[in-house]
Design a protein around this ligand. Structure first.
Ligand code: HEC
Ligand code: CU
Length: 351
């Protein structure tokens, strides 16, 4: 009777082990397939991310070896020394109070922890104390519930949710140094392929830097629970080639010409409270609670990646922000269809 129940136990156990192995493997396969399109810290492509990745591998190697040794000894003990129903129970030799054994299992773990601690500390300091080259770009990042503000003080640019930085060639590095601030609660800036996470804390400036060598789009997101739409606080970092970057800067510095064809929409914008929360350079709209809309059309997404920037989505967003982002801190201004069309047409000219 007892024998039967142990057999079932083993079967359940091995089935579970097989299942979790399968789940693990298929997870890894799925991750590998989409690598590049999802933010993946196992595919680093910039300097601090590379260091963090090597440290991760090193720690995994050490802890993995410990796991293999412990699990191996345990397996041997379970099978070799299991009860064999021989009738007589013989106690194994008792080695209580052995100085050698006690020393071994105290000193070895201390050494292992010391090695892990020192290598981690070395990399943390190397990242924190990295000298800032003269040509580094400075960007101030301000976290808001639930979007990102990017200010380029030396260039006079303010934008939102989509950060543009120049590529940093290996032979002539041009890193970007970020100063992290918050307008409300704690947020966390995390673009796994570029660098580690750093929190944005109210009344306390943090700094971090990125040094990406390959142009492209890198995705990230707020990594600190900051309210109901924390998961929709996405981040896009465009690493531009020098000419793309120069063109982007030139466009952002332009103050848009006001198109008389959309004067009606501009009037809606200026009379329906939009301008109290949003800035459009060169107009009376100087609000700072919401994203700067001066060059809204240069962004490919709206509302921090909640949806793509198309005229239909824009109109739907203005009509009812909760359609895409329930809990977003922009109210629906209850515009009628005509006002919606007009204000959308106006926004479409903010190139
Ligand atoms: C009470 C302040 C407030 C008012 C009033 C307001 N907005 Fe907003 N708006 C916001 C906030 C905050 C966001 C960011 C929401 C988010 O992403 O979570 C936003 C986002 C937007 C965006 C997306 C910008 C981007 O780059 O993601 C557009 C477009 C926009 N608002 C247009 C308007 C228009 C048009 C009006 C007037 C009908 C208006 N807003 C009124 C606060 C406001
Ligand atoms: Cu956040």
């Amino acid at each position: 009777m007892r024998r039967v129940s142990t057999m079932t136990g083993w079967r359940v156990l091995s089935a579970l082990a097989g299942l979790s192995l399968f789940a693990g493997l298929s997870g890894i396969a799925a991750a590998a397939e989409t690598a590049g399109s999802i933010p993946d810290m196992m595919v680093p492509s910039a300097t601090p991310a590379h260091q963090i990745f090597s440290l991760t591998l090193f720690v995994l190697l050490i802890t993995g070896s410990i796991f293999v040794v412990v699990a191996g000894l345990l397996t041997v003990a379970i099978f070799r020394f299991r009860s064999r129903n021989s009738g007589t129970i013989v106690e194994p030799p008792q080695i209580y109070g052995s100085t050698q054994v006690e020393l071994a299992w105290t000193v070895v773990p201390i050494l292992i922890v010391a090695v892990l601690f020192l290598t981690t500390a070395r990399i943390i300091f190397a990242i924190q104390d990295a000298p800032k080259p003269k040509n580094a770009l400075d960007v101030t990042v301000v976290g808001h519930q639930f979007w990102w503000e990017f200010r380029y003080p030396s260039l006079g640019i303010v934008t939102a949710n989509e950060l543009h930085v120049p590529v940093s060639p290996m032979d002539r590095p041009q890193p970007t140094f970020l100063k992290l601030l918050s307008a409300d609660v704690i947020h966390s800036f995390w673009v796994p392929q570029l660098a580690g996470k750093t929190d944005l804390i109210p009344n306390h400036a943090n700094t971090m830097w990125i040094d990406p060598h390959t142009p492209g789009l890198y995705l990230g997101q707020c990594a600190q629970f900051c309210g109901s739409q924390h998961a929709m606080m996405l981040l896009r970092v465009y690493v531009d080639t020098p000419s793309e970057y120069a063109a982007w800067v030139k466009n952002q510095q332009k103050i848009g010409v006001q198109d008389p064809a959309v004067a009606a929409g501009r009037r809606v914008f200026e009379t329906e409270a939009c301008m109290n929360c949003h800035r459009v350079a060169g107009t009376a709209a100087t609000g700072a609670f919401g994203p700067d809309l001066t060059h809204l059309m240069s962004r490919s997404t709206i509302a921090s990646g909640a949806t793509t920037n198309t005229p239909e989505h824009l109109r739907e967003w203005i009509k009812d922000p909760s359609h895409y982002k329930d809990g977003a801190l922009m109210p629906s201004m209850q515009l009628n269809d005509e006002q919606l069309n007009q204000v959308t047409a106006y926004l479409e000219t903010l190139k």
